[in-house]
Every structure is written in C-alpha cells, then in structure tokens.
Design a protein around this ligand. Structure first.
Ligand SMILES: [Zn+2]
Length: 94
C-alpha cells in the first residue's frame, strides 16, 4: 500500500537533499545602469563602508553594513553608486 509522502519535518527534508549534487549557483543580479541597462562599468572607486543595519527587501536577510562604491557606466557614461549589503555573519568583500 502506497502511503502519500510529504516532507514536512526537517529530518525528512534533510533526507531528500542530494548531498552528492553540486549546488546551483545563485548569483545575485549584477548591478546595471539605470539609464541604459548595461552592466559594463568602470572599476569601483571611492568605496565607503557604513555601519547600517536593516533587512534586505528582496531576501529578508539581515544586513549589518552597507558598502557604497562609485562607478561609471561604460555604455552611456552615467555615474552611479552601487550599494551592497553585508549580511549578518558574512565578511565584507569590498
Ligand atoms: Zn548606461
């Protein structure tokens, strides 16, 4: 008799995880120009790291610092300031 199986408790979920499978890369969206949409940009300059706590509206994760970096779009020349949150328990990759 086939019993309907659903993984609801953490132990069952863990048993469903494939430990031999590679993790799927889940890159965050690269910063892009608001004007033309290009992701081509100059090297970052004028990096500022600010102690600023908050919650990421996209992932719901808590960040403790925010890094601001200036760059310029290589397509249209629009200057912009990229903002990167540093999440709790992570080290800043400035
Ligand atoms: Zn641009």
């Amino acid at each position: 008799m086939a019993r309907k199986k659903s993984a609801t408790n953490p132990a069952e979920v863990a048993s469903l995880e494939r430990s031999d499978a590679p993790r799927i890369a889940n890159d965050v969206v690269p910063s892009s120009c608001k004007m033309c949409g290009s992701t081509e940009r100059t090297e970052y300059s004028n990096t500022r790291q600010v102690e600023l706590s908050g919650t990421c509206q996209v992932t719901g994760r808590v960040f403790t610092q925010v890094i601001w970096r200036d760059c310029t779009c290589l397509e249209c020349g629009q200057k912009r300031c990229d903002r990167t949150p540093v999440f709790e328990g992570e080290t800043a990759a400035a």
